[in-house]
Design a protein. Structure first.
Length: 176
């Protein structure tokens, strides 16, 4: 696909259920680029699945692995990179990711995130009695951070995967 931007990578950030993985795969396909998910890198490095890492080692250890993964990404070229929902909560991580490529926030409201995540297992942060309320709480805290670090913001509510990909390409081609 012809593009008018000259980024070495594109980094997708946002809350779980915003569509980072599916959008990332489709965007990479459209660009003829590679796709990688930071959670996959972490699982390969650690040898355990994310929920197991959370359960055995805790969130703090997981966040440390995320930071280490950003170092690995510095050498990547022509990748669409999907990140874990909390990776940009540390300022150093956000800065490190910005050197990898522009940060594209896939914004989602709590209701849409809850609907998209209904029935999904292996999400340790929302494996609670009232996941809808937990999503609301987490997004209330994270949304200002996401918006502050994002280079581009795409509202994914009420959009299909292809529509989100189109919006991303429009933004990057117009402003990149």
């Amino acid at each position: 696909m012809k593009t008018s931007f000259n980024f070495k990578n594109i980094v997708l950030i946002g809350f779980m259920g915003s569509g980072k993985t599916e959008v990332g795969k489709r965007l990479a396909e459209k660009l003829g680029w590679n796709f990688i998910d930071t959670d996959d890198i972490i699982e390969k490095t650690d040898g355990r699945k994310i929920p197991e890492i959370f359960q055995i080692k805790g969130e703090k250890y997981f966040r440390k692995l995320e930071s280490q993964t950003i170092e690995t990404l510095q050498t990547y070229r022509n990748f669409v990179i999907s990140t874990g929902g909390g990776i940009v909560l540390k300022k150093e991580n956000a800065a490190g990711l910005k050197s990898v490529g522009p940060l594209v926030l896939l914004a989602v409201d709590p209701k849409t995130a809850f609907e998209r995540l209904a029935g999904v297992k292996n999400r340790p942060l929302i494996d609670v009695d009232d996941p809808e309320e937990k999503i609301r709480e987490i997004l209330e805290y994270r949304t200002p951070i996401y918006n502050a670090v994002a280079d581009y913001v795409i509202d994914t509510n009420n959009l299909s995967i292809d529509q989100v990909v189109y919006e991303i390409l429009e933004e990057l081609n117009s402003n990149g």
